[in-house]
Design a protein around this ligand. Structure first.
Ligand code: SF4
Ligand code: SF4
Length: 126
């Protein structure tokens, strides 16, 4: 999977897509919240009330999508300090990839790169 992931992301230009940032937001861990609030020189609580909400799984997520930090040019305005979930999306290079297979099946619907990786994986299995 790591090999397929690397090959796919040599071809894929995420700046021409940004569908993940436009259609689904990341989870924000406590570390993400602290780091990004610091970046804006905001108090953690102030950052949370301005940008985040707690979802049904008790996680911090964006109040709205497209992501408020996404620019019209598809650049992320907080790229250096972006949430861990954004850095790792679409998670196709995970070591224990089989453990998140259900998540990947959801992601193929929104991420063309994940779709291609899974299609390549299917070809190799055949
Ligand atoms: S949806 Fe996939 S291909 Fe599109 S920007 Fe996100 S990671 Fe890149
Ligand atoms: S924080 Fe940046 S990378 Fe993450 S969803 Fe928002 S724009 Fe995309």
């Amino acid at each position: 999977m790591q090999e397929l992931h690397e090959e796919e992301f040599k071809r894929t230009d995420c700046l021409k897509c940004a569908n993940c940032c436009k259609t689904t937001g990341p989870l924000f861990t406590d570390k993400d919240v602290d780091r990004i609030a610091k970046h804006f020189r905001m108090k953690t609580q102030q950052f949370i009330s301005q940008y985040l909400r707690v979802d049904e799984d008790n996680d911090y997520v964006l109040q709205s999508v497209p992501c408020t930090f996404l620019g019209a040019d598809n650049y992320c305005s907080i790229y250096e300090v972006r949430p861990k979930a954004c850095r790792e999306f679409p998670h196709t290079d995970r070591k224990k990839f089989q453990q998140i297979f259900n998540l990947t099946l959801k992601n193929v619907a929104l991420c063309p790169a994940a779709f291609n990786i899974v299609e390549d994986m299917k070809k190799r299995i055949k």
